[in-house]
Design a protein around this ligand. Sequence first.
Ligand code: TMP
Length: 218
Amino acid sequence: MAQKNIKKGVFITFEGPEGCGKTTHAQALCDFLKGKQIDCVLTREPGGTKAGEEIRRLLLHSSGIEMTSLTELFLFEAARSQIVDELIKPGLKAGKVVICDRFTDATICYQGYAGGIDIGSIGSLNEVATGALKPDLTILLDVDTATGLSRAMSKGFDRMEKKEIGYHKKVRDGYLKLAKKYPERIKVIKVDGSIEYTQTLVRREAEKIVFRKHKRTK
Ligand code: TMP
């Protein structure tokens, strides 16, 4: 496909329960798009900026530091506000495809559905932190909780992954609820085939949105 036909500024997020493989698939999609001469930036939450990576370390890899659920929530939102202003919005403005490994849906599912913080309040904080920016496409990689956790465990658990299995089941259910609520934006891909097959499905969804957006603006 001729590259001048690509609609610029497309925001794609990857979400899913622990061990769903989203980091691998986000990287593979970015490499695929770059191979098609599409300017693509891959980043992650929490993280992606200097401040965000420091916050990530505090949230996921610190030990002996007590944090209330609200402290965690505000830290995720603080990292988000930074990455949106410093990286995501400038990337979109410059016409890039920006891929983010987790975004606002993660807070709704982890801190909200699983952590018990009011979903409406999280929604409001998400709006403030992002300036109401929404992904054009969210790929939700769905995996059975026990399978996902055992995959994640092989890399060593971080602070969130150490939470009990009931918490992670609520995270997964939360994601599936969101997918039902926003079927236009959130595309569920069940991770039960090979990595190559899953990546084919990921690319199919991404190509649709990258090229559909173009047609609308041609
Ligand atoms: P990951 O890079 O493996 O996805 O690690 C990020 C962890 O942080 C993961 O356990 C999900 C969690 N998280 C939240 O709890 N809330 C959030 O808003 C985000 C972005 C991530």
